[in-house]
Design a protein around this ligand. Sequence first.
Ligand code: URA
Length: 240
Amino acid sequence: MKLDRLVAKHQSLGRNKARDRIAQGRVEIDHLTEIRPDREIDRFHKITLDGHIIQPGARRLHLMLHKPAGILSATTDPVHPTVIDLIDDPDARTLHLAGRLDRATSGLILLTNDGRWSKALMHPDHKVPKTYLVHTRDPIPASAIEAFSNGFHFHTEDITTLPAALEILTENAARLTLHEGRYHQIKRMFHRIGNQVTALHRERIGNLQLTKNLPPGAWRHLTGEEITAAYSPSLDRTSA
Ligand code: URA
């Protein structure tokens, strides 16, 4: 929304009168005088006119959470506990998830009330990498590396999965990096090579790594630097 529109609406003024007040230097955004009537604002800006608050400015929240297995990646559910239930913040109900995990999967979940940020991070065109630690029922053959890199055709959606980087760690464990997030994608990929995922844990999204000392169920605010760096066009996508 433009600043003059907010001032006009709040004061029940015409747009021209609102513009006059702004031009007179009577409006502040986040404690700084703003004289441009067409300045874009959002609900996170604190806005005053003659020192009186006309918009308080919502708290902008960005969190990382260590989702334990068994907790739902949802904001509400009539039966099961959700990740939101783990967040003891008065504004927890304003949060949405930047990407989900299956109920049995553990690891990094990002939550925010900043739709622009989550949209950029999750946009399919941006192909932000997500890294998982996978444990399997049967040994993972070396041939799986090429199979995952070539991609699998999923008949239901009629798509071929993007090249995924598989690093075999032990007989039954691997680190897998995807650049997309299809329904049950990892389970389905392992199923296609005749194997089964027994445990799945997300370690990383873009430039954000799940903090080592954050136990399952715990969360923390992201730093300003992390918020900016979470998604950057310089992320290495050449392996995709
Ligand atoms: N792939 C899956 O199968 N499950 C997840 O939770 C994430 C990716």
